[in-house]
Ligand binder design. Structure first.
Ligand SMILES: [Mg+2]
Length: 228
């Protein structure tokens, strides 16, 4: 493939390639530690944009928000959440086949994700050597910015240089809108349409631009529609 024909396909992780526990990490932490809605939001942003790779570091980060708990109790709860996040990861059906097929068809693959370390470790472990197909990996907790900030898409593009870029994800606000502004082609994966219903209505009314493609099953990328 010539340099200018090269296409790089970036994927979101949560609800695109994998699912985790019932609650988002910030809700889980907030619930277990009894945080207010406001502190929960603040902690949520912190955990997704701080380069924390151990549960001890996470405890220190959260400590100012939980003065009502002793530090050893805090440490234990945080360790529990951390471990749970690693083991709750499940790859979505067809993901293995999609990664290897796209790679076999000559595409380069990447990740652009709002994520924290334990969940990322969990997905890498579940995917095994298949994960090596992802050549470009842009993670919010490593780069310090998260979607929908456009900066995270620019960082991804800067890694690649040349060719065209695709972004595939389940959330219009995070994965589609900012990516389109930064020149990515987009595939909206409607895995949870009920969560996107207002946005869907706005797209149909032409209030906001449609993605380049929409799919209801990830396999449509390589079969049926055969976008790639
Ligand atoms: Mg997602």
């Amino acid at each position: 493939m010539k340099e200018e024909d090269r296409a790089v396909i970036f994927f979101d992780i949560g609800h695109t390639l994998a699912v985790g526990g019932e609650m988002s990490p910030r809700r889980l932490i907030g619930y277990r530690l009894g945080l207010s809605e406001r502190d929960m939001k603040a902690v949520g942003k912190l955990i997704m944009t701080s380069s924390i790779e151990t549960h001890e570091e996470l405890s220190s980060l959260i400590e100012p928000f939980v003065r009502h708990l002793g530090s050893s109790t805090l440490g234990e709860i945080v360790k529990e959440i951390w471990e749970e996040q690693k083991y709750c990861v499940e790859l979505l059906p067809g993901v293995e086949e999609i990664i290897s097929t796209l790679s076999g068809r000559g595409y380069e693959l990447g990740i652009i994700s709002n994520i924290w370390h334990p969940f990322y470790e969990g997905i890498k472990e579940k995917a095994g050597t298949l994960w090596d197909h992802f050549r470009y990996v842009v993670l919010s907790y490593r780069v310090g910015v998260k979607k929908p900030e456009r900066e995270i898409y620019r960082l991804a593009r800067d890694q690649v240089k040349g060719g065209s870029y695709w972004m595939i994800g389940d959330t219009y606000e995070m994965d589609i809108a900012p990516a389109m502004v930064e020149g990515f082609k987009t595939v909206w994966f409607l895995i949870r349409p009920e969560r996107e219903k207002e946005t869907l209505a706005r797209v149909l009314r032409r209030d906001i631009p449609p993605p380049h493609f929409a799919i209801s099953d990830l396999r449509e990328l390589i079969e049926d529609l055969r976008i790639f």
